[in-house]
Design a protein around this ligand. Structure first.
Ligand SMILES: Cc1cc2nc3c(=O)[nH]c(=O)nc-3n(C[C@H](O)[C@H](O)[C@H](O)COP(=O)(O)OP(=O)(O)OC[C@H]3O[C@@H](n4cnc5c(N)ncnc54)[C@H](O)[C@@H]3O)c2cc1C
Ligand code: SF4
Ligand code: SF4
Ligand code: SF4
Length: 396
């Protein structure tokens, strides 16, 4: 047994305990809601290391605030933008900081499940790109990173802030050759709920879903939560699919993603924080009519700041105040509370999964872009910037 009891309201599933256990007697096991929690076997020698590294129990070392600098950023490379959830900051930071031998670790699909994997060099990061709004299994990637760092290789880790905190707690010392990137985090959803939603989507589409993409983009930006769903016979763009409804309403999130999440705080565990740039047109009125969505980049440490030095060659960068991020993307610094619906949903889900999805969601629809969006996407960017400036001038 574990020598401590990480309760479900606090355990983030970061796998620091699993990675640190000297006897490898911990396995990460899914509970009935589908979230992974550590469970130790009888081989446990009660050394207490799992408790020592657990960020839910200890205070992890968060960044000081003295170097925090914020930017809106958009990749100048249309291909990078398209394969990213926001403006492509993750890819561009990796391209700038990594060398050919750098181990880059992030979340990737494994069929319809999500887990962290390591790839070598920027050229191989495509599977890590784009958000997958499901709890990602860390598996052995912390151990892989530790091995790489010890041999002097550079490593980048990108994940939810609780996962970055877990990695740092597991490593228990700073490595100059490690760059950590966290995200402003709404929360991570249940893998089991996602799988059941894919079954219901298969019935809706009349074919088994074989692949799924969050934050899908066609040629230009159209809508924030578009998904691309692939069945054996074709791919379709869907809005408001059942999983996205449950994710956005917070009903399918991990218990630790509620009021106890201690990572919605300006003291971030990562050297860099990435997110969508919310309120873009308010902060930068000349970007009112945009064909692309932008990233937020916040440098939390000196290392983070050095890592993005020169990024303006690859990304359009606009410095902004940290208060703009706090105001328009409040999860950067403010807690969120689940409604009572979360418990009611999981109560139904555990009893009868597919029925619960039907009861708690409305049918999805296939996507048609609005007329305004189609018009914006037809016009050249330079003209859109000019129109934005004129529009802002007339309004104010
Ligand atoms: C679960 C989750 C919740 C989020 N909530 C918000 C939010 O509320 N507000 C907001 O502004 N931004 C949120 N984001 C961040 C946002 O969706 C983008 O990931 C971020 O803007 C980076 O986009 P990008 O274009 O720079 O790069 P992208 O290429 O889109 O970023 C990919 C990176 O995200 C990481 N990632 C993807 N899926 C997961 C996962 N399941 N678990 C851990 N890491 C993952 C990958 O490791 C990869 O490194 C969230 C991301 C995740 C994963
Ligand atoms: S180390 Fe992470 S996975 Fe293990 S108990 Fe603590 S929070 Fe949970
Ligand atoms: S007490 Fe030691 S041996 Fe037992 S589970 Fe924790 S780390 Fe592993
Ligand atoms: S909301 Fe908090 S606990 Fe949940 S995934 Fe994000 S950082 Fe981790």
């Amino acid at each position: 047994m574990l020598t401590f009891n990480p309760d479900k309201a606090h355990c983030t599933g970061c796998a620091a305990c699993y990675s640190a256990c000297p006897t490898h007697c911990i396995r990460m096991k899914a509970d009935e809601e589908g979230f992974l929690y550590p469970e130790a076997s009888e081989a446990c020698i009660e050394c207490g290391l799992c408790e020592k590294v657990c960020p839910a129990v200890t205070q992890e070392n968060a960044a000081t605030l003295e170097h925090q600098k914020a930017f809106a950023a958009l990749s100048r490379d249309a291909g990078i933008w398209r394969r990213s959830a926001s403006g492509g900051a993750f890819s561009e930071v990796c391209r700038l900081w990594a060398d050919r031998d750098t181990l880059i670790v992030g979340a990737a699909w494994d069929g319809l499940r999500v887990h962290h994997i390591g790839v070598t060099g920027f050229e191989n990061i495509a599977p890590l790109c784009k958000s997958k709004y499901i709890c990602s299994a860390i598996e052995d990637t912390f151990i892989e990173i530790h091995e790489a760092l010890k041999t002097g290789r550079k490593a980048i880790f990108c994940g939810c802030p609780c996962q970055v905190a877990g990695l740092k707690a597991f490593l228990r010392k700073d490595y100059e050759n490690l760059l950590t990137i966290d995200l402003i985090c709404h929360g991570a959803g249940s893998p089991s709920v996602f799988e059941t939603c894919m079954k219901s989507l298969s019935s809706f589409l009349g074919g088994t879903v074989t692949a799924y993409q969050f934050r899908a983009k066609r040629k230009h930006f159209e809508v924030d939560y578009l998904s691309r769903v692939t069945t054996q016979s074709r791919s379709r763009y869907i809005v408001q699919d059942p999983y996205q409804q449950l994710f956005l309403s917070q009903n399918a999130l991990r218990p630790s993603c509620g009021k106890n999440c201690k990572y919605r705080d300006p003291h971030r565990p990562g050297d860099i924080t990435l997110a969508d740039f919310k309120g873009l047109t308010t902060v930068f009125p000349d970007l009112t009519f945009q064909k692309r969505n932008w990233s937020t980049i916040v440098c939390n440490t000196q290392k983070g700041e050095q890592a993005i030095s020169g990024l303006e060659e690859r990304m359009e960068m606009r410095p902004c105040n940290l208060s703009d991020i706090v105001k328009h993307n409040p999860l950067f610094a403010r807690q969120t509370w689940f409604s009572q619906d979360r418990d009611a949903f999981f109560h139904d889900f555990i009893a009868a999964p597919e029925k619960a999805i039907g009861r708690w969601t409305v049918p999805p629809s296939t996507f048609k872009p609005s007329l305004k969006r189609r018009l914006i996407n037809l016009l050249p960017t330079s003209l859109l910037r000019f129109v934005s400036k004129m529009y802002h001038f007339v309004r104010h």
